[in-house]
Design a protein around this ligand. Structure first.
Ligand SMILES: [Fe+2]
Length: 264
């Protein structure tokens, strides 16, 4: 199983309003072309949030027109920039985001690793949070299939990123402690994929490897990159290797043959 992970595209809808319209559009286009050219191709693409800059319907429409070029199925989870309602409406036709629920939560059952989308949004600012309802929903979904290896994907990383100006992405330490305790009770957990920090980072949460992906939007990226990486979008490819789980590559768009590999 191969997962391509993108995040933090921060798309805007109108070049007259935001000068980054063209650049961020091209960043995502180039990223999609690179993903479509992966050999072997990914089974699935996940977008771990901040699809849009302002959560506007026009921005989601623009995002949808670009993301439609992906050849692999796409699954999304909301970022603080997206907002929950806007994302629910924008992806309602995809069939996996339910408008009957007050948060975005679903499982993807079609692959060797079960994927669960987790809604990490808080109600009143850009930081993350988990209410009891969401943790209970996650607990219930994990309890449905205790023997199926499972990965979570969400926007806010539930661990400190010391290199960031604000290293902790959640409102409350208790929310992350509750999530870690929940994860540690479900032995089928194999990985947690996140975004939001716009730089690559890894940690352990409840005994499970958790990671962030750099932003696709080059102008929003943080951290230090080699000169030839500075102008290119970056995303990650997570390849499942039976012996030890996902092996992850932070992949530079536009240098195709450099990092192609085969999966055993
Ligand atoms: Fe974010």
């Amino acid at each position: 199983m191969i997962i391509a992970q993108i995040a933090d595209t921060h798309l805007v809808a109108d070049s007259a309003v935001d000068p980054m319209f063209q650049a961020r559009t091209e960043d995502l286009r180039a990223c999609i072309a690179d993903i479509n050219g992966l050999d072997p191709p990914p089974d699935v693409v996940i977008h771990t949030g901040d699809v849009t800059q302002n959560g506007q319907a026009e921005e989601f429409a623009h995002a949808g027109s670009l993301l439609a070029a992906l050849q692999a199925p796409l699954y999304v989870t909301p970022g603080n920039r997206d907002g929950r309602e806007g994302m629910m409406q924008a992806f309602a036709d995809e069939g996996y985001v339910s408008s009957d629920c007050s948060f975005i939560h679903y499982a993807v059952e079609d692959h060797p690793i079960r994927l669960i989308a987790v809604d990490s949004l808080s109600d009143d600012d850009a930081k993350g949070d988990f209410c009891h309802h969401r943790l209970a929903a996650l607990d219930a979904t994990l309890s449905e299939a205790p023997d199926r290896p499972t990965a979570l994907f969400m926007h806010h990383p539930p661990f400190d990123v010391p290199a960031a100006p604000d290293p902790f992405a959640y409102q409350r330490r208790e929310a992350v402690a509750d999530l870690a305790a929940l994860i540690s009770r479900h032995r089928q957990m194999v990985r947690i994929f996140t975004g939001h920090m716009h730089r690559p980072w890894m940690a352990m949460v409840g005994g499970v490897a958790a990671s962030t992906v750099p932003s696709v939007a080059v102008d929003k990226r943080y951290g230090h990159y080699a000169p030839r990486m500075a102008e290119q979008p970056v995303y990650q490819v997570h390849r499942l290797v039976a012996a030890w789980g996902f092996a992850s590559e932070t992949r530079l768009v536009g240098f195709g043959a450099d990092s192609r590999c085969s999966v055993p």
